[in-house]
Ligand binder design. Structure first.
Ligand code: HEC
Ligand code: HEC
Length: 71
């Protein structure tokens, strides 16, 4: 049953990573505010990320949260 072990290991890896994968991060609604916000300081004015365990204030927000143009 070696295959089982491999499957469980892969699932664990995936589950452990999705919380921080840029691909899965919520896109920014294309509001005026989000278009105007470029720096971390801008984002942090409205979004308190200290309450989010997997976010740090030094993260590059726009690196993961890109503006969604089509929605
Ligand atoms: C002037 C206030 C303001 C600024 C600055 C701002 N936001 Fe927002 N943001 C909001 C509001 C209000 C909402 C919720 C409204 C909505 O969903 O349209 C929101 C929603 C979001 C969401 C959630 C999208 C979702 O699908 O749930 C994310 C992620 C986000 N902002 C990230 C950011 C990042 C990253 C920045 C910096 C580039 C930023 N915001 C700058 C006010 C702001
Ligand atoms: C490494 C990628 C990454 C970076 C960098 C990042 N985020 Fe996120 N963010 C995510 C992911 C993935 C989620 C969704 C999972 C979660 O809620 O933790 C998220 C969720 C959020 C949400 C909640 C949206 C909702 O609908 O509840 C906000 C607000 C947010 N991020 C703001 C920010 C701000 C502000 C910064 C910069 C200080 C930032 N993020 C940096 C990946 C990232």
């Amino acid at each position: 049953m070696k295959r089982w072990i491999a499957v469980v290991a892969v699932l664990g890896l995936v589950a452990g990573c999705v919380g921080r994968v840029a691909l899965y991060s919520p896109r920014l609604p294309p509001s005026e505010d989000h278009r105007a916000a470029v720096s971390n300081a801008d984002c942090l004015e409205c979004h308190d990320v200290t309450a989010r365990a997997n976010h740090a204030t030094t993260d590059d927000c726009r690196n993961c949260h890109t503006i969604c143009e089509g929605c």
